[in-house]
Write a protein that binds this ligand. Structure first.
Ligand SMILES: Nc1ncnc2c1ncn2[C@@H]1O[C@H](COP(=O)(O)OP(=O)(O)OP(=O)(O)O)[C@@H](O)[C@H]1O
Length: 314
């Protein structure tokens, strides 16, 4: 059988079928088309303005490593005029985050970007390892502490870096999964904002957050990282439990295997939803204790911290 030719350049030998579109493409065209799709997402949503200082939330995992690589590439190729930096949160999970942070430190050298690392220990007086020792490994409980603290830790790191905008590596699969999860839970307030590409103050956050990979398939991010031989860390979190999100993920992967457009279709469905006016939405205020954004008098991080500190041996 003759080698298949790339559907885009019509010259080079195709090396892959794009999971998102089914197109047969060569390596160079795949890099180009994926980067330019992300560029289109950035431009069509007016994500950035020239001169803006933007922090890339870098975990050392595939998504944020590809994001750092692409943000740097696109910033230079299209003259966005952004001042980029890397921002990492050290949750204090030995055998997981310590190793992935080593990857981020190498990425800092490879991409020549400033890096700020903030840690739970320094911000809250507790590492995740210590929290787990205190509260045990109850199913979703560990993830709740980690998620709430990370959200605020990223905000605090952004303030230290003097940036008002963070980009994260959340991809199309993550967004579709969140839509599904909120439908299944009946969480209308979260459902309403789950497809927003940018959130000025989503939940408890006071810094703008954006997801340039909102329409980028996870499988294509993995392929990009693989073909580009990017340096990333690929171990699962030691405490990652069989959370509800895991079931939504499995369901989504099953749907994708039958119909690859399922991911983008769910995102489009989420985007088309409007929330009835009489549905009660949380109102944002400032936490009485730490001054960060909150949907009640105390933010979730302070409530969790109070519980932890009360349980401490005197
Ligand atoms: N410890 C961290 N420090 C900085 N940013 C983080 C951290 N953990 C997660 N993030 C940000 O949140 C995004 C989504 O995180 P999630 O935990 O869902 O990991 P993921 O989908 O495996 O992403 P990645 O492959 O980048 O680790 C990441 O892409 C990254 O931008």
């Amino acid at each position: 059988m003759p080698p298949r030719i790339c559907a885009l350049c019509k010259e080079a030998r195709a090396v892959m079928k794009r999971p998102k579109t089914g197109q047969i493409v060569c390596r160079a065209c795949f890099f180009w088309v994926l980067e330019e799709e992300v560029h289109q997402t950035i431009v069509s949503h007016g994500l950035f303005h020239p001169g803006e200082r933007v922090a890339i939330a870098a975990s050392g995992g595939k998504d944020s490593t590809v994001l750092a690589h692409m943000m740097k590439t696109l910033n230079e190729r299209h003259n966005y005029g952004l001042e980029l930096s890397l921002l990492s949160v050290d949750e204090g999970i030995s055998g997981y985050r310590d190793d992935s942070l080593e990857t981020v430190k190498r990425n800092q050298q490879q991409y020549d970007l400033p890096l700020k690392i903030v840690s739970y220990s320094e911000l809250y007086g507790w590492s995740m390892d210590e929290i787990v020792k205190e509260v045990g490994r109850k199913n979703n409980c560990t993830c709740t502490f980690c998620g709430v603290f990370r959200r605020q830790a990223l905000d605090r790191g952004a303030v230290m870096l003097d940036v008002q905008h963070i980009v994260t590596g959340h991809n199309a699969d993550d967004v579709a999964e969140t839509v599904l999860m909120n439908v299944l839970r009946g969480d209308v307030a979260r459902l309403g904002r789950s497809t927003d590409i940018s959130t000025a103050n989503e939940g408890d956050s006071m810094v703008k957050r954006s997801k340039p990979f909102k329409y980028t398939y996870e499988k294509e991010i993995v392929m990009y990282a693989y073909f580009k031989k990017l340096d990333y860390f690929s171990t699962e979190c030691t405490y990652s439990p069989a959370a509800y999100r895991g079931h939504a993920r499995t369901f989504l992967k099953d749907l994708e295997s039958i119909r690859p457009s399922a991911i983008i279709d769910i995102i489009h469905s989420g985007e088309a939803l409007t929330i009835r006016e009489d549905v009660k939405m949380p109102t944002l205020q400032v936490c009485d204790r730490c001054g960060y954004m909150s949907s009640g008098p105390l933010c979730k991080a302070c409530v969790l911290l109070e519980g932890l500190n009360r349980g401490l041996p005197k």
